[in-house]
Design a protein around this ligand. Structure first.
Ligand code: GLU
Length: 421
């Protein structure tokens, strides 16, 4: 049975790179009816952050990536936290010491590297080889008693019967050390597949300081998990039919390691915005309303939210944009005066006189009446509507203004305009 894993280190928030690697492992497992393991690599005690583990699971759950075995599920290969497996690493280190394949060095234990050439067929990158001279004797147990990454990862991948190691290319240089350990333990190594690392616009590895790497940010800004998954899939893989928009199941059905890109994908937020906007455009009114409800929570007048749905659908790329675009449906705008044009007073006065007398408050009546106001007064149409838009919303960009006026209702509209004249 195919068994894959991710081994995130809980050293920060849930990282988008973890989701990216998880997605490929998950798809590979699902496609091949295998199992997907999430193992927590928490042996770096100095950098360990308690909340990070929870954030990783929450991030994966939000994205719809589900695991078969981990710290919170039963599985025959646990425990799934490395800090709970220290005895095992100790035992394995002793075994190497007794076989003279390792030695003690200033409180640490070092593996004696045989110094022979290491070659493997990487399932993404093809044949990779490292000359034996490049790898020196390396530490497997640190002086604090904790295993190093290379040692723990190898022991765990052996013990957890991992068949395919699918991970970022930053680990290519670790692989020869791990392969040397497999050899020392007399175990056949798994297949390795190193996918390219996510890079930012400057072609640098995504960094916590510069780039939006925390999965939580995307949730907060109102991106859809489906769109983020689609985006991550597109970054590292190409659809056999060249499609750009596809769901997780379609990704799984079409997934193969051969189609994973060989060179560094570039993390382009504009592309994510475009994709997310497409997902929003393609939703039914009730779906979009449902999603907005989840995002906005209880503080918003939901009846009003529902009515704004058709007005905003083509104008927002994520749900935080809904708040900036449509916030004036829920709250009186501030600092409106600063934005108004020089003829605003006349425009608003005339608009007010007309609007307060409107009997049948709907888009058609309002539109027709306002055009008459413009004609009678010989106003500049663009300037007139801009002042009206600003008076009603406090902003220069809104959904169609006549529809917005119709939606907000006579009392609110006349009240907002009156305050400015
Ligand atoms: N903790 C490592 C990482 O998150 C795991 C690498 C591996 O998959 O072997 O990069």
């Amino acid at each position: 049975m195919i068994r894959v894993r991710i081994a995130p280190s809980p050293t920060g928030l849930a990282h988008i790179g973890t989701a990216y690697t998880a997605l490929f492992n998950y798809a590979f497992a699902k496609k091949n009816k295998g199992r997907f393991v999430v193992r927590i690599e928490d042996t770096d005690q100095k950098r360990h952050i308690k909340e990070a583990e929870k954030a990783i699971f929450e991030g994966l759950t939000w994205l719809g990536i589900d695991w078969d075995e981990s710290v919170n599920t039963k599985g025959e290969y646990g425990p799934y936290r490395q800090s709970e497996r220290l005895k095992l690493y100790d035992k394995k280190a002793k075994e190497l010491l007794s076989r003279d394949l390792a030695y003690k060095d200033k409180g640490a234990v070092r593996f004696k590297n045989p110094g022979i050439e290491v070659v493997w067929d990487d399932l993404v990158k093809g044949k990779i080889s490292f000359p034996g001279t490049e790898i020196t004797d390396f530490v497997i147990i640190k002086s604090d008693g904790f295993p190093t990454y290379n040692f723990a990862v190898t022991i765990d991948d052996i013990e957890m019967k991992i068949t395919h190691v699918i991970r970022g290319e930053e680990h290519v240089s670790n692989t020869p050390r791990q392969l040397a350990l497999y050899k020392a333990f007399g175990v056949n190594p798994p297949f390795f597949a190193h996918h390219p690392t996510l890079r930012n616009k400057d072609h640098k590895k995504l960094s916590k300081r510069r780039d939006p790497v925390d999965i939580g940010i995307y949730k907060k800004q109102g991106y859809l998990p489906e769109a983020l998954i689609n985006f991550l899939a597109l970054l590292g893989w190409s659809h056999p039919k060249g499609k750009e928009i596809f769901g997780l199941q379609e990704f799984i059905d079409n997934f193969s390691l051969e189609r994973v890109r060989k060179s560094g994908p570039f993390f382009n937020i504009e592309k994510l915005d475009w994709l997310n906007g497409q997902y929003i455009k393609n939703m039914s009114d009730s779906e979009l309303f449902h999603q907005l409800k989840i995002y906005l929570g209880e503080d918003y007048n939901l009846k009003m939210v529902e009515k704004t749905v058709p007005l905003v659908r083509d104008r927002i790329k994520n749900f935080s944009e809904y708040i900036s675009l449509a916030g004036f449906f829920f709250e009186e705008p501030e600092a409106v005066k600063d934005l108004l044009g020089e003829n605003a007073r006349g425009h608003l006065e005339a608009a007010y006189q007309f609007l307060k007398g409107v009997k049948k408050w709907n888009r058609e009546t309002i539109n027709k009446g306002l055009l008459e106001v413009i004609a009678t007064n010989e106003f500049h149409t663009g300037e007139f509507f801009m002042d009206l838009r600003i008076a009603v919303s406090g902003q220069k960009v809104t959904p169609p203004i006549n529809e917005s006026i119709a939606l907000l209702g006579k009392d609110i509209i006349t009240d907002r305009i009156k305050k400015l004249i």
